[in-house]
Design a protein around this ligand. Structure first.
Ligand code: PLP
Length: 373
């Protein structure tokens, strides 16, 4: 009898995202509590998450893009100001910058890590007035934060970290989110720490900033029905989502280690192939996405699809080349960001991916290169 066909290898599994927990029970507890908005679950998760990141305060919000927008508002960034951001990170930062009426100032990325280039940032800060800097820890790779934080401090510019792909990434014991004035997280279901829907948080050591953020996320209130801040909104983290996140948080480091172990297998298996591999598999990379670079992306992608291996491109269009922006102004030249957008390919890498599935990805990638395709 022929062996059963192997199941296809997906890019993500919702089942694995439960981290082996009975989330039904967690949801039932919230249902029974009859508290659904900004209650004890949110408070408990905010405390636990702040402690995990190693900062004094966490503020739960509705999603990661709102977190970036509220960070800019809390720092007083608005119309007429420019905000440094990268162009290879999916337009989330750009969305937030534009939402507050400011203008993205795109700075190129480091070729090896695909995160904000300190050399390029130095040049921009020396010649232009900037309202804030957003650094994105792309794919789970912590950016060169020692250099970037020092440059921002010298220039007197606030530093916002986009940690939406980097929950738990660390260097010298310091977590993503604990380097800048504010760290922004998304808990979208596929993120390293994901909810069962939308969710987000901001982290900061600054008590005054945390208080502004708590006010801004709820209509600009100081107390119920008492409005003190302009530009408040409704961006709250639900009790249901906070309970799920609180249950999952103790297992985050183990899940990240699982991602990293898969990445290490890929790095070994692909070392001799003409692929550009992630720069790190250390603690400073939590492998939200395992991304290789190849000049033959379309052909490799088609080969993998035929072999039942799901892939994706994060991200195919650089922010500054989005139709919306090209229609508004002449785009700047960002060679490293543009090259990355043309070459990046994401392979399956998530906790719960089985050994034989990892092997199937390896065989398919090697088969493409060895088959003389
Ligand atoms: C997912 C993501 C966001 C946005 O998060 P949402 O919760 O979907 O709004 C922001 N930045 C990066 C880098 C992301 O990957």
């Amino acid at each position: 009898m022929a062996p059963p066909p192997l199941a296809n290898v997906p890019l993500f599994s919702a089942e694995a995202a439960a981290f082996g927990l009975d989330l039904g029970q967690v949801l039932h507890e919230v249902l029974d509590s009859q508290r659904y908005i900004l209650g004890p679950q949110v408070q408990a998760f905010e405390r636990a998450f702040a402690a995990y990141v190693g900062v004094a305060h966490a503020v739960g919000v509705a999603n990661g893009t709102d977190a970036l927008e509220l960070a800019l508002r809390a720092l007083g960034v608005g119309p007429g100001q420019r905000v440094v951001t990268v162009a290879n990170a999916g337009f989330y930062g750009s969305t937030a910058v534009r939402a507050v009426g400011a203008t993205p100032l795109y700075v190129d990325v480091d070729e090896a890590t695909l995160t904000l280039s300190p050399a390029a940032l130095r040049q921009v800060l020396a010649t232009q007035a900037v309202g804030a800097v957003i650094v994105t820890h792309l794919y789970g790779q912590l950016a060169d934060m020692a250099a970037i934080a020092a440059l921002c401090q010298q220039a007197g510019v606030a530093l916002i970290e986009d940690c939406a792909q980097a929950h738990g990434a660390r260097r010298d014991g310091r977590c993503a989110g604990a380097w800048g004035e504010i760290g922004c997280f998304s808990f979208y279901p596929t993120k390293n720490l994901g909810a069962l829907g939308d969710g987000g948080a901001l982290v900061t050591d600054d008590a005054a900033l945390a208080e502004r953020l708590r006010s801004l996320r709820q209509y600009g209130w100081r107390a119920k029905y008492e409005v003190v801040l302009p530009d408040g909104c409704n961006s709250r983290l639900d009790e249901l989502q906070a309970a799920v996140l609180g249950a999952k948080l103790p297992r985050l480091d183990a899940a990240n280690a699982e991602r990293r172990a898969i990445a290490v297998r890929y790095q070994r298996a692909f070392a001799d192939l003409p692929l550009r591999l992630p720069a790190s598999t250390g603690e400073d990379h939590v492998m939200h996405l395992y991304v290789v670079r190849t000049a033959r992306r379309a052909a490799l992608r088609a080969h993998l699809a035929a072999a039942g291996v799901a892939t994706d491109i994060h991200y195919p269009i650089a922010d500054h080349l989005q139709p919306l922006l090209v229609a508004e102004a002449e785009p700047p030249a960002l060679p490293a960001s543009e090259a990355a957008c043309a070459e990046v390919l994401t392979l399956p890498c998530f906790p719960g991916l089985r050994d034989e599935q990892v092997q199937r990805v390896i065989d398919a990638v090697r088969g493409f290169h060895e088959g003389g395709a």
